[in-house]
Design a protein around this ligand. Structure first.
Ligand SMILES: Cc1cc2nc3c(=O)[nH]c(=O)nc-3n(C[C@H](O)[C@H](O)[C@H](O)COP(=O)(O)O)c2cc1C
Length: 202
């Protein structure tokens, strides 16, 4: 079998719910430009229904993991979008060869919400295109019993890849990569949704 061949998504009557996590909350961040491109692809995919969690809008989630009133209020807006998701796409920049602290905090505040679900990873950054952040996230999600899908989309020198209107200067390769990644996410999404119903993960 050719392991490089992408699984083919099976069209279904009921789309999977996918939550896109926008991982940067930096003041002046570039993230929304990449997010706009990504969200268009998720919206256009016939097998997916979109929800969004933006780390910049997660309010005052304390890094102490203390159940403060502020944390409870913040979680009320976030947790349902994670627990109801059949699959995730996590968009991450690379900071110092890893992913942002705010994204880690959001991940750490949850556990069962990630469990036995697939996670696709989209990254951007400087020369490495965020690939080191992606590989770190694979380790984190393995600990949470989540399954990261093989294919990713990465933007090297991301700022130079988009024009002033936020459009990709050359969308051919990223668009094809997004399709392959989302088709794999759908395959895993259905496989794991079926598996969770037949036999809960112990
Ligand atoms: C604190 C910090 C550390 C960074 N470290 C890296 C890095 O290690 N590798 C890299 O390729 N880019 C690095 N960059 C560049 C960012 O990936 C790039 O500026 C990206 O657009 C940041 O995403 P944001 O604008 O959405 O926050 C770093 C940027 C910041 C702010």
């Amino acid at each position: 079998m050719d392991t490089a061949t992408a699984p083919t998504a099976t069209p279904t009557a009921t789309p999977l719910t996918v939550t896109v996590v926008i991982g940067s909350n930096r003041h002046g961040r570039f993230g929304p430009v990449v997010a706009d491109w990504l969200l268009t692809h998720v919206r256009d995919h016939p097998d997916l229904t979109l929800q969004v969690v933006d780390v910049a809008e997660t309010g005052h989630l304390p890094t102490t993991l203390a159940p403060t009133p502020e944390a409870t209020t913040a979680l009320a807006a976030i947790t349902p979008k994670l627990s109801s998701a059949d699959a995730f796409v996590v968009l991450t920049p690379e900071y110092n060869h890893s992913y942002p602290a705010g994204l880690k905090n959001l991940i750490d505040w949850h556990f069962t919400e990630w469990r036995a679900k697939p996670v696709a990873l989209v990254s951007y950054g400087g020369l490495a295109g965020g690939l080191r952040a992606v590989e770190h996230l694979r380790q984190v999600f393995a600990e949470l019993h989540a399954v990261t899908v093989r294919d990713t989309v990465s933007f090297h020198n991301a700022g130079a890849s988009f024009d002033d209107d936020g459009r990709l200067k050359d969308p051919t390769a990223p668009d094809a990569a997004a399709k392959a990644m989302l088709d794999q996410l759908v395959w895993w999404g259905w496989a794991l949704k079926d598996a969770r119903q037949v036999r809960p993960l112990v």
